[in-house]
Design a protein around this ligand. Structure first.
Ligand code: SF4
Length: 378
């Protein structure tokens, strides 16, 4: 695997997500995809999927995530995985917990060679989780699935979407999943798109309190923790590390563990369209699944050229073109704000991240030196 810190995100994504279908038997409250039970006739075919994976492999070796909807709604899923693995792509799958995800299908996913399985858990109790997922019994089965994946030796990623419904349950979820030995907890911050609503999001101040919990949990939990659609967690962590160093405490960077599978840790600076690319079930290429603007379609053009040269992707990576405080922020190269949330909330994907409390030094009056030092966290 190449050294991740050397990756040039203008040429190569670290992670490619392919939504193999939008079909799913769940009806989750916050579903980005607005998923429905039947499949779309315009989905990429198996042959088109193979061509796509040939192109993805020519990037080098990005991580490929097969997501949905529910990938298990495609009967060719195991063929797609086998092909991807044979191309040398580290392949991860995010199935929905429905009756399709049997112990037998978990075993087959492992045999097909997946590097990781991602399973969603949005509450530490049946009451919280099942009301998110819209299906009674989903919580109990999710715990069984996590256990079964562990027995099959498949590295586990747990995905949790933070909303106002589960923010007070955050540490309980962290403690619960520790018992299943995941390699990674991916904490999603709701983007109000698809079925996700603005009124379900947490406030910018609550983001900071969740960041603090993530940072502290990172020191003690036996798994890695990352944010999804909240790159400003990296700003929070950089400030916290700087404060700890100043007080003589061993900073988190030195204490953090290494992921125990072949996928590795996402490099700093990854963001929507910058090290990250999403292909819709119809082949449209988006900077993120939460940012449904297309740079082109893989049915007509290679994903490589769309990612490297389309006006959408080149613009979204140009942080000199950012608007508002994100443009002048000292942390923009490790953060840049969620472009998807900027688009969902303001209609402009280059606008400032609307859910970040940080005030860049340039936004603070020249005479307020004390405030500037506090702002940087140094
Ligand atoms: S102001 Fe923008 S770039 Fe700076 S930390 Fe906040 S979201 Fe990130």
């Amino acid at each position: 695997m190449r050294n991740m810190t050397d990756m040039d995100f203008s040429r190569t994504p670290f992670i490619v997500i392919w939504e193999v279908t939008q079909s799913c038997d769940l009806a989750c409250l916050h579903c980005r995809a607005n998923a429905r039970t039947c499949r779309d006739h315009f989905e990429l075919t198996t042959r088109q999927g193979y061509d796509l994976m040939d192109d993805i492999a020519s990037f080098g070796s990005p991580l490929l995530v097969l997501t949905g909807g529910d990938p298990l709604k495609r009967e060719d899923l195991y063929d797609l995985i086998t092909y991807s693995v044979a191309k040398g792509l580290r392949t991860s799958v995010s199935p929905s917990v429905t009756p399709l995800l049997t112990n037998e299908s978990i075993r087959k996913l492992g045999e097909a060679g997946i590097s990781r399985i991602a399973v969603s858990l949005d509450g530490s109790t049946a009451g919280i989780h099942d009301s998110f997922r819209g299906v009674r019994g989903s919580y109990a089965r999710t715990l069984e699935v996590l256990s079964e994946c562990g027995k099959e030796g498949i590295p586990i990623q747990v995905n949790t979407t933070v909303t106002r419904y589960n923010i007070r349950d955050f540490e309980n979820i962290a403690n619960l999943i520790a018992g299943f030995g995941p390699v990674l907890w991916s904490v999603f911050f709701l983007v109000p798109t698809g079925r996700g609503k603005v009124e379900d999001t947490i406030s910018p101040e609550e983001y900071e309190s969740v960041f603090e919990k993530m940072y502290e949990l990172s020191k003690v939990m036996p798994y890695d923790i990352k944010s999804t659609e909240a790159p400003h967690y990296r700003r929070y962590a950089a400030q916290a590390r700087a404060r700890e160093k100043r007080s003589g405490i061993c900073p988190l960077e030195a204490a953090a563990g290494t992921l125990r599978d072949t996928i590795g840790r996402a490099p700093r600076g990854i963001n929507d369209g910058k090290g990250f690319v999403f292909i819709s079930h119809r082949g449209e290429v988006y900077p993120s699944g939460f940012l449904p603007l297309s740079g082109g379609n893989v049915k007509n053009e290679s994903i490589v050229s769309i990612y490297r040269t389309s006006p959408l992707f080149t613009r979204i990576r140009d942080y000199d073109m950012l608007k508002g405080k994100c443009c002048v922020c000292e942390f923009r190269n490790i953060c840049g704000g969620s472009r998807a949330r900027a688009y969902a909330v303001t209609g402009d994907y280059m606008e400032s991240e609307p859910y970040c409390v940080y005030m860049p030094v340039k936004y603070i009056p020249a005479e307020s030196n004390e405030e500037k030092t506090r702002s940087l966290g140094i």
